[in-house]
Structure formats: C-alpha cells, structure tokens
Design a protein around this ligand. Structure first.
Ligand code: NAI
Length: 446
C-alpha cells in the first residue's frame, strides 16, 4: 500500500511547496536493512552517574562514535539521556537543558532515547515525581522532533542496570531502523533476563516460530521478518485462505497449517504440528484478528461474539495449551497483536476494542505464568498501518487518519513486524507483560 503524498513532499519541489503552504511534511523513514549501521552519526550520551558511564563504554565497544560532551554544530545520530539517578524533580533541569542545546544538531531520522527508572518502584513521592516527569517530558519532546526523528524511553525496574541485556536490547531496537514507526513510547525492562544475539543479523536463528493469520497483511509481514531474522516458520490461517497461506509458507521456506484458531483444539494442533514437522516450538505470534464494526446501539450478538472469539478467547485458550505443554519450556516467547483502538477507543469498534483491551490485560496477567518457564509475553499495539484493510477507508477519512501522528504518515506492516521480531528475540527476554505501540505517536486519544 503506498502513500504517494509522503513520496511527493519528502524531496525536491514538492517539499518546498508543502513547506510554503504549511502542509504536513512527512519524510521517508529510515527502515532497517540487514548490514545497515545501527545508527549513522555520533551518539551523544548525556547524564552524570555511573550508569551513564557504563552505558557509554558499552556503546564504544559496539564501535559507535560516542560523545560524552556535544561538539558544537556536529550533526548527531542520537542523543541518549541517562536519568537513572533522579532524586527529585529539580534534578531534571541540568541534564535535560544540557541535552536541549544539542536538539537542533539532530540529523534526519535520528533518535532521542531516555533511560530512567520506573516511578511505580518507589514509595518516595519526590523520587516518583521526578521519574514520572520523564514520561511527560519524553512524550512532549517526541512531538517536537522533526524529519523522521523519534523519541522513546527505556524504564528500568528494580535492580535492572543501564547495561543489563534487555536494556541494551531495547536500546539497539530504538536506535535502529527497526523502530522507525515507534515514537513517544516507553519499554520497561523488568528483569536482568535475556541476552544479546551472537549474530546480530540472525537473532532468531535456531528458533521455531508460529504466526497466526499469516496468509496476508501484517501476519505475512511478520512471517517474512522472522524468517529474515533466522527463525523456522509455521504459518497458520483459516482453510479458506489456504492458497495465499501456501504462497507465504513457500516464500519463507516454512510449513503451512490450515486452522481456525477459534477451534477448541487449536493450541494442541499448533504444538503437534510444530513438534512433528520442526522438532520444537519457541515463539508464538498471535496476529489473527477480525473486525465486525457497528455502533453499539446497532450491535448484534453475532458481531460481538465472533470478534471476542477470534481476537481474545482463542489466544487465551491457545496460551493455556502452550503453558501446559512440555514442548514450550525453553525461553518461550509469546507476542500478541493488540491495537491502539483497545487503548484510546474507536467509534464503531466497541467489540473490537473490548477484545484488544482484553489482549493487553491477558498479556499482563500471563507474564508471571510464562516467567516460571524463563519466558516472556508482550503485545504490540499498531496504530494506522497501510494495509488492504485501511486502503478501503474512504480517501478523506484515510488521509486525516494517517497524518494524525507525530510522523505524519501511516506505518507499514513491516514496522509492526519489526517490533514483534524484537520482542520475540532473547534480546528482549527481560521485557514481559508490556504493550508497545507502533503508531508513530498517534495524536488522538490515549
Ligand atoms: P487482515 O484481515 O489483512 O489479516 C488477518 C488474517 O487473519 C487473515 O489472513 C485472516 O484470514 C486471518 N484470520 C482471521 N480469523 C482467523 C481465524 N479464526 N483463524 C485463523 N486465521 C484467521 O488484517 P491485518 O490488517 O493484517 O491485521 C492483523 C492484525 O493486526 C489483527 O489482529 C488486527 O486486529 C491488527 N491490527 C491491524 C491494524 C491495521 O491498521 N491494519 C491496526 C491495529 C491492529
């Protein structure tokens, strides 16, 4: 699905005309390509404590061009603002205002990333105020950045350090083109679990992954991305989508399983297929989903029940089978596709939003259960993504919807897939029970 306007105004005369008329000026985002550098240009690490020093030393060991002090007028690839030792709100001023002097030097598609501690972890009101302040600060700053630059934050819980594996995993994700459409978001690292991959280009090598709803759209993009990252794929979809499913399975050299995920035996069928055909099961991506939109006043039982059955009840039942299975015990990872509708609400989507809100509640409550097997579960909540579904929205409504975010464009299915691939990797092993929005920082709603 193309967005002609972004192509037109991102360079040459089109860009000048859009600027003069005060029209939105989306740029073509830097998206991940294998062998692409993590980030282009120097990385400025700001913050005074030992956490900042240790992080800067780690980035140096990755061969990044690291600065601890800004060089005037030098174009920056990223600013990392380490705020892990805040004691009261006044402590924000110095590091934040120092970083502010470098914001004009950020290159297009650059990154600002905060590393701070979770406010919920402290009973001290001043510490909590300072930590929670980072939330409002970062989300506002992300709205001020331009030219494809994004702002995201990493929250450290408990004893997690600035150099714990999943802190570094999240940092690599946010720095890279994998997070192109993630903006104004936080990821909490809740434990020191996880490990960075031995081979950065194939982080899922040796893993067997199942993707539901993979015959088309976002699910097919997830299958392609997991395959690129080294996983062996089982792609699942309803029998009616069998031809498309077979084509995707061929493309990713995986196997196809024709299955309606709302069947009561779906979990066992998935486990049996993965184990019989590939010898193991490591990753399950719950992507299959449907919409049956109607205003609640006009809602019928059929529409309500089918959306709940496919979008959440099926996931709960499959997870029960997975958690009970002896074949899903080796750092198992589950990632579910939610939606920003489940957070901010959407007119005509009470059933869909209830199901997607349900996905987020399920993920939070399942995290401790899968944690007992050394595993993790997370959700990704896409905003406006350029798919067959959104291409059907009438032009004017679609144009407004896709521009109403900080990056002034819709996301690509691959953007959702990149976030999922990261959360399915061992680099994210210390992140569980989280919801990551891939929405370009939607300006409307929560
Ligand atoms: P899509 O309609 O293009 O693809 C969904 C796939 O799931 C289809 O291949 C369909 O056959 C399959 N499926 C449906 N019911 C199934 C069942 N009972 N068993 C097995 N497979 C089944 O949808 P799209 O746009 O690719 O969405 C994928 C996911 O992303 C869904 O969960 C959707 O709710 C979510 N999402 C999509 C957004 C967008 O902008 N397109 C925004 C937010 C969330």
């Amino acid at each position: 699905m193309t967005d002609m306007y972004t192509q037109l105004v991102s360079r040459g005369p089109g860009r000048d005309i859009a600027r003069k008329l005060g029209l939105p000026q989306p740029v073509v985002l830097r998206r991940y390509l294998p062998d692409q550098p993590l980030i282009t240009g120097p990385v400025l690490v700001q913050g005074a404590g030992s956490g900042a020093d240790e992080l800067a030393a780690t980035l140096l060991s990755w061969n990044l061009d690291v600065r601890r002090h800004a060089v005037p007028k030098e174009k920056l690839g990223a600013i990392i603002l380490v705020l892990d030792e805040l004691g009261r709100p006044e402590d924000l001023a110095r590091p934040v205002l120092t970083a502010a002097t470098s914001l004009r030097d950020l290159a297009p598609n650059s990154r600002v990333i905060t590393v701070s501690r979770t406010a919920a972890d402290t009973a001290d009101p001043a510490v909590a105020a300072a930590r929670q302040g980072v939330d409002g600060l970062l989300r506002s700053l992300a709205k001020e950045l331009r030219a494809g630059a994004t702002g995201n934050g990493i929250l450290l819980a408990g004893g997690v350090r600035t150099t714990s594996p999943s802190t570094l995993g999240a940092l690599r994700f946010f720095l890279s083109g994998r997070s192109a459409f993630v903006d104004g978001q936080f990821l909490t690292v809740s434990s020191a679990e996880g490990q960075l991959p031995a081979h950065a280009g194939k982080p899922l090598a040796g893993k067997v992954a199942v993707v539901t709803g993979a015959a088309r759209g976002i699910g097919a993009a997830i299958a392609r991305t997991l395959y690129r990252d080294g996983a062996t794929l089982v792609v699942v979809d309803i029998p009616a989508a069998g031809d498309h499913l077979a084509a995707v399975a061929n493309e990713v050299r995986g196997t196809a399983l024709q299955l309606d995920i709302s069947r009561t035996d779906a979990g066992q069928r998935i486990i049996d297929h993965a184990v019989e055909r590939h010898g193991r099961l490591d990753i399950v991506i719950h992507n299959a989903g449907i919409t049956r939109d109607k205003l609640l006043a006009n809602m019928d039982e059929g529409r309500w029940n089918s959306v709940i059955a496919v979008n959440i009840a099926a996931q709960l039942r499959i997870n029960e089978a997975l958690l009970a299975s002896g074949h899903f015990r080796s750092s198992p990872r589950i990632v579910s596709v939610a939606s920003t509708s489940g957070i901010a609400g959407n007119r005509g989507q009470t059933n869909y939003a209830a199901s997607k809100g349900g996905v987020m509640g399920m993920v939070r409550a399942t995290a401790p259960l899968i944690g007992t097997h050394g595993g993790s579960i997370n959700a990704v909540a896409p905003g406006f993504i350029e798919t067959e579904m959104t291409a059907k929205i009438p032009f004017a409504v679609r144009e407004v919807a896709r521009r109403l975010n900080s990056l002034q464009q819709g996301g690509q299915p691959g953007d959702v897939a990149e976030a999922i691939a990261f959360l399915a990797s061992d680099a994210a092993g210390g992140i569980s029970g989280e919801v990551l929005r891939v929405c370009g920082q939607n300006l409307v709603g929560a």
